[in-house]
Ligand binder design. Structure first.
Ligand SMILES: *Cc1c(COP(=O)(O)O)cnc(C)c1O
Length: 420
């Protein structure tokens, strides 16, 4: 039955597809918020597309709220997924939206988020972006002395109060993070040693100081590392608060909560983080009584609720290796191809979404249509035998997908995004 050219799975014990249980299966079809994937593809009218499941987004925020102490504010960092409909949904679920450009600011304001619940960070805010943020009335996380000066002048000219926090580049890192964004020399924030100088500048410019923003890193699955970074961030803010021009009312302790992408990765344990935040909250009640504590999360809120769906346009055999050539790849989903921050390429979880009940029987590579060997969605994975027309699904695709991919590369049509 198995030709030597098409190797057979030696352990045919279980379908590989059981891997990502957040999307259930009915009659062999993966279900997105109750709709069978093939029908959803018909509804969308094209492949490839991204589908984000509303029920999973709601459930994730609900689980997090249930696990964390009441009163800890939850912000959505919309760079993870800026699709306007999704940001609109998130705006109704979380306590604030964090933006990093004037473009994101527009989406956040359009979503209905209140300006007082929006904060704006980013290392290269242009003069025009600072003026837009000022006019909008959002909290601006200052990251340079230049920003203080521009904002001071703009606030004076417009008569509008500029609400600011200082984004601090701490003197520590978030250990074991996929991407480190604090500690050592960084383009983000103000080095902690320069913060006192910035206090004077803020006071002189007449800006309204509200607090601190610390963000040490991203994609971390180790609760103890996150707890340590949160505790150090709190200590640092407490130390700085003594010299601040006004009481701290806003303390963003960062995020970094990761999601499992690869085999062997363990889900982040929330209980230790909840205990740690409860302890910090109790301290803040005494030591920084006006401060609200905020955490900002991107991929943790949305990453697992999204799928990338692409259709097989060709099935090829090259010297014993099966290639499922799909109608989309790296151009829409750079992260899954392994070219967005990974050091060693690993496969995202992948399934054949319309053959969920079929056992994995062959090792196949799913590749996109681009003329580059980098365009790889699944490298020699055990999958059910799949044919032209079948749907290749990439899980864990709700964050850093469409907006983080080079869509113009090779001139294929843009991907469609749907909220289901
Ligand atoms: C990228 C970023 C986030 C979101 O990171 P995730 O890994 O998606 O949670 C949050 N805050 C800041 C300042 C960021 O730059």
């Amino acid at each position: 039955m198995s030709k030597p050219t098409e190797p057979t799975n030696p352990s045919r014990a279980a379908p590989v597809h059981a891997a990502m249980p957040q999307f259930p299966t009915t009659a062999g079809e993966l279900q997105v918020n109750g709709m069978a994937l093939s029908r959803l593809a018909d509804r969308v009218g094209q492949t490839p597309f991204y589908a984000y499941d509303r029920s999973l987004l709601r459930a994730r925020v609900g689980e997090l709220r249930a696990a964390l102490p009441a009163g800890i504010e939850l912000h959505y960092a919309m760079k993870a997924n800026p699709m306007p409909a999704l940001v609109g949904l998130m705006a109704g679920l979380v306590d604030g939206i964090d933006v990093a450009s004037a473009g994101e600011l527009k989406v956040a304001l359009d979503s209905g988020a209140a300006p007082q619940d929006i904060s704006f960070a980013g290392p290269g805010k242009r003069d025009s972006e600072l003026r837009q943020a000022l006019a909008a009335g959002v909290l601006i996380n200052l990251e340079s002395m230049r920003e203080v000066d521009i904002l001071g002048a703009a606030a004076q000219a417009s008569g509008q109060a500029a609400r600011v926090a200082i984004r601090v580049n701490p003197d520590f890192e978030l250990k074991g993070s996929g991407m480190k964004m604090g500690g050592g020399p960084k383009q983000f924030g103000i080095d902690v040693e320069d913060v006192p100088q910035m206090f004077s500048r803020i006071a002189a410019a007449g800006l309204q100081f509200e607090g601190f923003h610390l963000f040490a890193g991203s994609q971390n699955l180790r609760a103890e590392a996150i707890c340590e970074a949160q505790a150090k961030s709190y200590e640092l803010a407490l130390r700085l608060a003594e010299q601040a021009p006004a009481p701290v009312r806003f303390l963003n302790l960062g995020g970094g909560f990761g999601i499992p992408y690869f085999p062997g990765e363990e889900r982040l344990a929330l209980a230790p983080i909840a205990d740690n935040l409860a302890a910090l909250q109790a301290r803040a009640g005494r030591e920084l009584p006006q401060a609200k504590l905020v955490i900002e999360l991107g991929r943790y809120l949305v990453g697992e609720a999204g799928l990338y769906v692409t259709r097989i346009v060709d099935r090829k055999l090259s010297r014993g290796q099966v290639y499922l050539v799909t109608d989309g790849g790296l151009n829409h989903h750079l992260s899954a191809s392994g070219n967005f921050g990974q050091v060693v390429r690993k496969n995202y979880p992948v399934a054949i979404g319309n053959r969920m009940d079929t056992l994995a029987s062959e090792r196949a590579s799913a590749v996109g249509p681009l003329c580059t060997p980098l365009d790889l969605l699944a490298d020699r994975m055990w999958l059910p035998r799949a044919e032209v027309g079948d749907l290749v699904v990439v899980y864990q695709s709700g964050a850093y997908g469409a907006s983080a991919s080079p869509q113009a590369f090779l001139g294929h049509a843009a991907v469609v995004e749907v909220l289901v």
